[in-house]
Design a binder for this molecule. Sequence first.
Ligand code: ATR
Length: 271
Amino acid sequence: MTDRYAVIGNPIAHTKSPVLHAAFAHQCHQDMSYEAIFGPIGEFRETVEAFRRAGGRGMNVTVPFKVEALALADKLTTRARLAQAVNTLRFDDDGIFGDNTDGIGLVHDIQGRLGFGVEGKRILILGAGGAARGSVLPLAEQRPACLTIVNRTSEKAEALRTQFAEFATLEAGGYGDVAGRCFDLVINATSAGLHGEHLPLPAGLFAPGALAYDMVYGGTETPFLKDARALGAERVSDGLGMLVGQAAESFFLWRGVRPDIGPVLKSLQGG
Ligand code: ATR
């Protein structure tokens, strides 16, 4: 019988997940279906349970339900617990398993597709919201030389440092604190660009050969990537590969096979 999967969100009309998972299923010869489900606000749990009762095997969870999904899961991975958000649910015989594949999707895109090894590198994360929190542990596990987080509200970066103290050594502060320092990898995990706003990036932030990575993606180059180029970043990438990467990791959790993200990303890019 065909195994059923779905993504739940609100809104959900523009999700790329069904296209991604259909491509992975085809590539990996998996007999499965994947649909998009609109989750009414206040009815997340009921909507998930209804899908599970109807034979669903797992779900992706997107805005605004990632925190509710955390509460719904019976078992959590450490990375999901630290991210305080779940984007992948798997319905096992002994309960609901919850994970967060966003951060590992980012790491695979940077190291795999872009061929940029993180070990020993100086990394700077811009922002201290959910997107930043989800990426800290997977990045720290690659043993960078340093992992620094700056945020407009520096207290939130400090709070992340404290929260992760047992798992990773972080430096935290505001944008002014990195003036005069340079990094090999600078990741934008803020939502500033979504509102057309620019970040106060100090001159000299990018080391020779540096990669600027924006978790956001879109049809045109983001404000952060434009600014990064102007400040001398040699390489830039938007977050489309991260989107494909997190989907690939969810697929792996469900099916036990890890698809090749390259061809799927290429088709999304229209190549
Ligand atoms: P997400 O879950 O996508 O990370 P979020 O939790 O709302 O979203 O976090 C948004 C991040 O973007 C925060 O780090 C926010 O900074 P503050 O904590 O100081 O609000 C950052 N951000 C948004 N607009 C920004 C701007 N114009 N300049 C700098 N940082 C900005």
